[in-house]
Write a protein that binds this ligand. Structure first.
Ligand SMILES: NC(=O)C1=CN([C@@H]2O[C@H](COP(=O)(O)OP(=O)(O)OC[C@H]3O[C@@H](n4cnc5c(N)ncnc54)[C@H](OP(=O)(O)O)[C@@H]3O)[C@@H](O)[C@H]2O)[C@@H](O)CC1
Ligand SMILES: [K+]
Length: 463
């Protein structure tokens, strides 16, 4: 997945159409808007084709209209362009664009391929799978291409969920990103966003770059963020989370462990907490900024008792791993968000054990946040962060090397550190730091290696 623009709105197909209607109500014509799309597509295709012959596959709707417009502009610019048509356009503006195209045109079934194929068959209006004949022609034409550029969406991809569609190398998103550009598999390839000057308002966006500031001059280790990480049966998970919290900006991190252990990092304050009542005593401290529970916790009775103590404490919470599974469907009833902030960090399996999600990953996560009153950080190739107010940010371009043991513990520690340190957007900052640290470590990363990569990011947030 490509590096997407930060803080870019993500809209549903319905929101996109409503935004277009508002532009038309303001006086622009559908033909003028389609021409803008054609200009944006032609510019990118010319750059990417770099002189190679181009075949534009044109559908019958608005997406096809964009294709005819781009084909004309590319031909006027001196490119070698042909069109393969799915059939006569039915969309009024597309009919005009097809009439303005005077270059060579073949039916899809009998067209020869080209090194660069531009897929302008279906965009947000894809209504059903292709019939057998166009599907076979499409397979043949795409198989012979060196570069496959999709206009707006890879044809057949569900705009809302990112499921299905042809395999593209590059997708030019028109006007705004849709969920299909950030969710699902890699079939959209490298996503480019073409600005068509369509005003948009959305609660959903790609992840924003965080504002990171050094500690205040008068800060102490305690005011910078005092965090308790509740460790459990798997000692390494707690240490990873606590270490990430230290390197992620918390001033004082206590790792509460069921057994006496020591070792690096020595800046970590280790407390032996033999049972739930000892944990309750430790948590009876107003100076605690946040508590993290879940990494390596286990799922036995002792874990249940620890979790109950954490939930009974008044502190802001980050709940991860086994603790999420222990909460299951009761999560909303048990966490109590009226007097504190709660952050849940499930991967897909944990999410489905807690919530009955509907619709796309974005919609399901937003629904989970609204239902539970917590901020939900739904991890995966696209990590969706939804808060109870309906605000959603999506981090879709993280390294696939993050699919590795312990990286979730690092993320949970980071969220907890930012929460304890008073960051206004702890989830967003943590996910951003996590993604950037992974990028710095690169191929073959292990979770331990991400931790030293975190601190430099606090100093140079723009890298
Ligand atoms: N957003 C913007 O601001 C702008 C958007 N613009 C562009 O408009 C696009 C949306 O246009 P759209 O609404 O006409 O839908 P689109 O994707 O062309 O598909 C509908 C057509 O495909 C057909 N069809 C459907 N399924 C099919 C199948 N399986 N097999 C075969 N045919 C099938 C369907 O036919 P029907 O179902 O009526 O038989 C209908 O003709 C958008 O993605 C963007 O590219 C720009 O022009 C301007 C600015
Ligand atoms: K397309």
């Amino acid at each position: 997945m490509s590096r997407l623009p930060a803080g870019a709105p993500i809209v549903t197909a319905a929101q996109m159409r409503a935004a277009e209607e508002a532009v038309f109500a303001g006086g622009a014509t559908p033909l003028a808007l389609m021409e803008r799309a054609g200009v944006a597509v032609a510019r990118q295709v010319a750059r990417l084709a770099a002189g190679r012959p181009i075949l534009v596959l044109a559908g019958t709707g608005g997406n096809g209209g964009d294709g005819y417009a781009a084909a004309r502009l590319l031909r006027e610019a001196g490119c070698d362009v042909r069109v393969a048509s799915l059939g006569p356009p039915t969309h009024p503006a597309a009919m005009t664009m097809a009439a303005r195209w005077t270059g060579p045109t073949w039916p899809l079934a009998s067209a020869a391929s080209a090194p660069v194929v531009v897929d302008a068959l279906l965009g947000i209006g894809a209504a059903r799978p292709f019939a057998a004949e166009p599907a076979a022609a499409l397979d043949r034409l795409l198989a012979l291409a060196d570069l496959r550029i999709a206009v707006d969406l890879p044809s057949g991809r569900d705009p809302g969920t990112g499921e299905g569609g042809i395999q593209a190398d590059v997708t030019i998103a028109l006007g705004a990103l849709k969920p299909a550009h950030v969710l699902g598999d890699d079939r959209a390839g490298h996503v480019l966003l073409a600005d068509l000057s369509i005003p948009l308002a959305s609660d959903w966006s790609t992840l924003s770059r965080p504002t990171l500031r050094p500690p205040r001059r008068e800060a102490t280790k305690f005011t910078r963020g005092k965090l308790v990480v509740v460790g459990g049966a798997m000692a390494g998970a707690g240490v990873l989370a606590a270490s990430a919290a230290l390197h992620g900006g918390a001033g004082y991190v206590i790792l509460a462990e069921p057994e006496r252990r020591d070792g690096a990092p020595h800046a970590l304050v280790r407390r032996h907490v033999a049972d739930a009542s000892a944990l309750a005593t430790l948590l009876a401290d107003d100076g605690i900024g946040a508590v993290l529970v879940g990494p390596g916790l286990g799922r036995d009775e002792a874990a249940q008792a620890q979790l109950a103590v954490v939930l009974a404490s008044p502190h802001d919470l980050v709940i991860d791993g086994d603790a999420l599974t222990l909460l299951g469907r009761e999560v909303g009833a048990r966490i109590g968000t009226d007097r504190r902030r709660v952050f849940l960090t499930p991967h897909g399996g944990e999410f489905s054990r807690m919530f009955t999600g509907h619709g796309s990953k974005i919609a399901a996560t937003a629904g989970a946040a609204a239902a539970s009153g917590a901020t939900v950080i739904h991890k995966g190739p696209a990590t969706v962060i939804a808060d109870p107010s309906g605000r959603v940010q999506v981090a879709a371009d993280a390294s696939s090397w993050l699919a590795s043991a312990g990286t979730g513990d690092v993320l949970a520690g980071l969220v907890a550190a930012r929460l304890a340190a008073g960051d206004e957007h702890p989830a967003e900052t943590a996910v951003w730091l996590h993604g950037r640290a992974a990028a710095r470590v690169g191929a073959g990363l292990i979770a331990d290696a991400m931790i030293p990569a975190l601190s430099p990011l606090l100093d140079r947030p723009s890298t």
